[in-house]
Design a protein around this ligand. Structure first.
Ligand code: THU
Length: 131
């Protein structure tokens, strides 16, 4: 699975976004070490704070299917002019399962930028910090 193929899967997931409030579709595709790809989209809610982001949808799908480790790369695709970096809550949730993740942030024209999750969440709090 190449970065471009993963990005393509993330972009395709935008069609499932449930976005009556923001009208901002986001798709995500998370690559597991065993080659499986888990995808997700953002799902909004009338109680806005109950909205779940695309990347958290993908992560929760993976964990609920028994895939809890070995994640290598995550593509997040928005439709705006800026790269779609994960929000703070998603960075934290991803750090729990994939501190060494590579994040590909995709913008509307298909261009992307990449960063390590450890750089997006420096000094992150994870399972090891509980002693
Ligand atoms: N959103 C995501 O799905 N992922 C991100 O990384 C940024 C934000 C969603 C949440 C909400 O449905 C919409 O984008 C606007 O914030």
């Amino acid at each position: 699975m190449t970065d471009q193929e993963l990005i393509q899967k993330a972009v395709e997931m935008q069609k499932f976004s449930y976005i009556p409030y923001s009208h901002f579709p986001v798709g995500a595709a998370l690559l597991c070490g065993d080659g499986r790809v888990f995808t997700g989209c953002n799902v909004e809610n009338a109680a806005y704070g109950s909205t779940i982001c695309a990347e958290r949808t993908a992560l929760v799908k993976a964990v609920s299917e028994g895939c809890t480790s070995g994640f290598t790369t995550l593509a997040i695709a928005g439709k705006g002019p800026d790269y779609c970096w994960p929000c703070g809550a998603c960075r934290q949730m991803l750090y729990e399962f994939a501190p060494d993740l590579l994040v590909l942030a995709v913008r509307g024209d298909g261009q992307f930028a990449q960063a390590a999750l450890r750089d997006l969440l420096p000094h992150g709090f994870g399972p090891d910090n509980l002693g």
